[in-house]
Design a protein around this ligand. Structure first.
Ligand code: ADP
Ligand code: MG
Length: 692
């Protein structure tokens, strides 16, 4: 093959098999010649005619104009990028076969930058529609078509699904579907084929989903072959439960009972506990920890930020000390001497519960017997970090409990996470009143400051969240466009510095405006002890208004705070706004969240803010987020551990997801699926990537 292997490899195409799975985006109909006189503006067509005039105009913009004629009429062709050799080739008298989209101009129809070929008499027309492939890595359409055509001839397209099942579903066979998509006969309408609801597309999509489901099943089976300590002694957990200052909600009780059953097994639990912000996940994790410790093992709880780890330690320490368990905190900013002391106590099993940030795994903590790992705000951690921790207990794996308030819709979670059970807490503790969300243009900032002064004066505590600078990784990337397009990208360092500066200025401004009320400030650059001191003071009620960067985004729990202001809310992503807003409404006081924005809003920013205003339900918000951003954005491959789907769309193809799950569930052999061929075709031996 005369193709550039390296360029193809960059597209992930290494084998002929990979080439045939490279499917067209759309089609061109080059099977017919349309008389120039019959052209309709806006309708792509192919014409053939003779060049009657060639003109190169240097100004106002270098332009090559050609007039082409057939028996029925004339049309202009216009090129802005062209070579001298092209001009030579296009002399008057030459016959050209041209395809493009005609449009009306001052002098009749014209085509701008059409595709063309020099035609000779009797030149054949293709008998199939011409596929247009996603072009990338500088490979031309012509070489893609040639390479794919050759690959189709030399690849065996194994049928992976029994014919009977396909007939039931009204779908064609794999080989037929693939050939149709690569070179449809002209009687198939091109637009119908570009639509993924065409049976040929659905057959390919089913194949991809089957490969995914089969590999997920395999990963799950592999996990159930692993061993873990059964943690079955419920004595301590019962004591902890008895000491709680509140009753568990029904949803918490259900979640706890599932987890308790999981822990009692000799296979490692791998459970994701999803619950909206404030739904009370921490106490469920605490019960699991008590069960593990009561059964003679240790527990690690990891949080994504120091503030959150601190808070967990402050909250959990009294609960566990009351039942005779030592709790320690290990974060990056703990003094070296203390770290050593904690590590030793962990190694000798004096510490039952160790709470920390990533530092837990980064600093080589050796547990005497790690029975359970809890990962809070799981979406903030990468897969690799989880693995390194779980690799610590030698032969047996610890049980794992992940918690997240950024809910991934259930089907998505089950489809994307290789071997994860999902439990949902779908009820808030009693007595919460819904948060009222207001949108306010920045022009009314002064008025807002007065309202904050009144609220804080009346004893309410307030978060004032400073804006993100530029587009953050979490937003949808069009924030830059919304805020003025041509801005130069800035480095992460610069961005953080600017955010810090904004926070400091806001703090100074509000301190003046709100005096004598106490205004606090917390941001990522503050030394850990100071951060902790500020959060504690806010928790005690000594600070009325807390100016903060997004360091308070997740997990922070100060029930008396009941008003939140977010500046430049249009720069935040939906999930992030929901998390932020979840810092209020945690007590019984009526809470409000004011999203301040700068007009004009981009359409996406506008829909995000509207959704925030209309819904308090994290799951509904997640659904909208999914629609606005697509699953790829929400679950980066790194996080999900699964290569993203190429053709299937979990929402659009939900019915096929069901079919695939059912077929794969009938356990490969029984269902007649060609499992090995499926995995080889879609993952080409790379599927251990799924095991993460
Ligand atoms: P999240 O699920 O967001 O992590 P937390 O675990 O921080 O939520 O809980 C939010 C608040 O609700 C905490 O102050 C917690 O003590 C309280 N809480 C949890 N469960 C209950 C309950 N069953 N009844 C009353 N308050 C509860
Ligand atoms: Mg939490």
């Amino acid at each position: 093959m005369d193709i550039d292997i390296e360029r193809f490899a960059r597209l992930g195409i290494r084998r002929a098999q990979d080439l045939v799975l490279q499917l067209p985006l759309r089609y061109e109909d080059l099977t017919r010649i349309t008389p120039i006189g019959d052209l309709v503006p806006g309708v792509p067509a192919q014409v053939e005619g003779e060049v009657v005039r060639v003109e190169v105009r240097p100004r106002p913009r270098r332009t090559l104009t050609i007039e082409l004629a057939d028996a029925s009429g004339r049309i202009g062709l216009r090129f802005f990028h062209f070579y001298g050799s092209q001009v030579k080739q296009l002399q008057a008298g030459r016959r050209l076969r041209v395809s493009g989209e005609p449009r009306s101009s001052l002098f009749g129809f014209e085509m701008v930058h059409p595709q063309y070929r020099v035609a000779h008499p009797g030149m054949a027309l293709p008998d199939r529609l011409t596929p247009v492939y996603p072009s990338a890595a500088g490979i031309s359409q012509a070489s893609l078509r040639r390479a794919i055509g050759q690959a189709l001839e030399c690849t065996e397209l194994v049928e992976t699904v029994p014919g009977r099942r396909l007939a039931d579903l009204g779908l064609p066979g794999f080989a037929g579907a693939l050939r149709l998509l690569h070179g449809p006969p002209p009687d198939v309408k091109a637009p119908a084929l570009a639509d993924r609801s065409h049976p040929a597309w659905r057959r390919i999509i089913l194949d991809e989903l089957l490969a995914q489901q089969v590999s997920l099943r395999r990963a799950r089976a592999a996990r159930s072959a692993l061993a873990a300590e059964p943690l079955a002694d419920g004595g301590l957990a019962a004591r902890l439960l008895g000491n709680l200052p509140f009753e568990l909600t029904g949803a918490q009780r259900r979640a706890w009972s599932r987890i308790r059953d999981d822990l009692a097994r000799a296979q490692p639990m791998n459970r994701l506990l999803q619950g909206d912000v404030g739904s009370g996940k921490t106490v469920v994790a605490a019960l699991a920890a008590a069960q593990a410790i009561g059964s003679g093992h240790q527990v690690a709880i990891m949080a994504p930020t120091e503030i959150l780890a601190d808070q967990h330690a402050r909250k959990l320490r009294p609960w566990f000390e009351a039942i005779g368990i030592r709790v320690e905190l290990l974060t990056g900013s703990v003094r070296e001497r203390d770290k050593r002391r904690v590590r030793e106590a962990v190694a000798t099993r004096e510490v039952g519960l160790l709470i920390g940030t990533h530092a837990l795994i980064e600093q080589g903590v050796e547990f005497s017997s790690l029975g359970l790992v809890v990962v809070d705000e799981q979406h903030r951690f990468g897969v690799a970090q989880r693995i390194r921790l779980t690799g610590k207990s030698g032969e047996r794996l610890p049980h794992q409990l992940m918690m997240s308030a950024t809910p991934i819709p259930r089907t998505l979670a089950m489809t994307y996470y290789a071997d994860l059970e999902v439990t949902v807490i779908d009820e808030l503790p009693p007595g919460r009143s819904p948060i009222v969300t207001r949108l306010l243009p920045e022009s009314r900032r002064e008025e807002l400051v007065e309202r904050v002064a009144a609220a804080a004066g009346a004893g309410r505590q307030v978060y004032w969240v400073c804006p993100l600078i530029e587009e953050a990784a979490d937003t949808d990337g069009e924030a830059g466009a919304a805020s003025g397009g041509g801005r130069r990208p800035i480095s992460r360092r610069q961005r953080e510095a600017l955010e810090l500066q904004t926070a400091i200025e806001t703090h100074r401004e509000l301190s003046e405006a709100l005096a004598p009320l106490v205004v606090g400030l917390v941001h990522g650059r503050l030394p850990a002890v100071e951060k902790q001191a500020v959060m504690e003071a806010f928790g005690r009620g000594d600070i009325a208004v807390l100016v903060a960067t997004t360091v308070i985004e997740v997990g922070v729990d100060v029930p008396n705070a009941s008003l939140m202001v977010v500046e430049h809310a249009e720069r935040f992503g939906l999930a992030q706004l929901h998390q932020l807003r979840g810092r209020v409404g945690r007590g019984t006081a009526r809470s409000a969240c004011v999203l301040m924005y700068r007009a004009p809003l981009s359409p996406t920013a506008r829909s995000r803010l509207r959704i925030m205003q209309e819904s308090n339900d994290g799951f509904e918000i997640a659904r909208h987020d999914l629609m606005l951003r697509g699953p790829g954005e929400i679950l980066g491959a790194r996080q999900s551990g699964v290569p993203l789907l190429r053709y299937a769309d979990l929402e659009r193809d939900a019915d096929l997801v069901e079919v695939a799950r059912e077929l794969a569930g009938a356990d490969g052999a029984g269902s007649g699926l060609r499992v090995d061929e499926l995995l080889d075709r879609w993952y080409g031996g790379r599927e251990d990537f799924l095991r993460a």
